[in-house]
Write a protein that binds this ligand. Structure first.
Ligand SMILES: CC(C)(COP(=O)(O)OP(=O)(O)OC[C@H]1O[C@@H](n2cnc3c(N)ncnc32)[C@H](O)[C@@H]1OP(=O)(O)O)[C@@H](O)C(=O)NCCC(=O)NCCS
Length: 139
């Protein structure tokens, strides 16, 4: 069967978190159903799903803040990797951001913990070694 791509709804929240725990590797710990539901209620973001044979096989989050776009939570289940699903999810997320007038996209990538960096280069992203992240938790 063909791959379909669609936006997530609140009904998908449990399955999305389960997929992240199964497939997202080092970032899995950061996902919970309450956060997913909050994301889905926010206009500037899109949680995009890849579905094959009725099974959710991949996710990506595209966030638009009015200035720049960011990509998070790219994950494809291990059984479906190397089939072009990650590339397709990135393309869909970029379309969402472009439709809002977004001029530049950043992918948030765990360089030390995952092996995703080569993927991002393959799909056209440049590793910016000059800019780092400074993070503070507000709650
Ligand atoms: C990274 C990930 C999303 C890639 O998904 P995928 O569906 O297997 O990727 P695709 O099949 O679309 O691959 C696209 C291209 O990237 C290449 N690629 C994918 N993973 C790669 C890797 N680890 N090293 C080198 N190249 C890679 C593929 O060979 C393909 O190249 P091609 O188009 O020239 O054939 C998937 O491996 C994954 O979910 N990993 C665990 C979670 C993770 O690390 N997420 C990223 C967080 S930033």
């Amino acid at each position: 069967m063909t791959l379909s791509i669609r936006e997530a709804t609140t009904a998908d929240a449990d399955d999305v978190v389960a997929l992240w725990h199964r497939a997202a590797g080092p970032t899995a710990i950061l996902g919970d159903v309450t956060s997913v539901r909050r994301l889905l209620e926010f206009d500037g973001a899109s949680l995009i799903l890849a579905v094959k044979d009725g099974e959710m096989v991949g996710t990506i989050v595209a966030g638009w803040d009015g200035w720049r776009g960011n990509l998070y939570r790219l994950a494809v289940i291990s059984e479906r990797r190397a089939e072009g699903i990650g590339r397709r999810l990135v393309a869909e997320a970029e379309s969402f951001l472009a439709s809002h007038g977004c001029p530049r996209v950043t992918a948030i990538v765990h360089l030390e913990l995952g092996d995703a960096a080569p993927f991002w280069v393959k799909v056209g992203y440049e590793h910016d070694t000059e800019v780092g992240r400074f993070v503070r938790y507000l709650s």
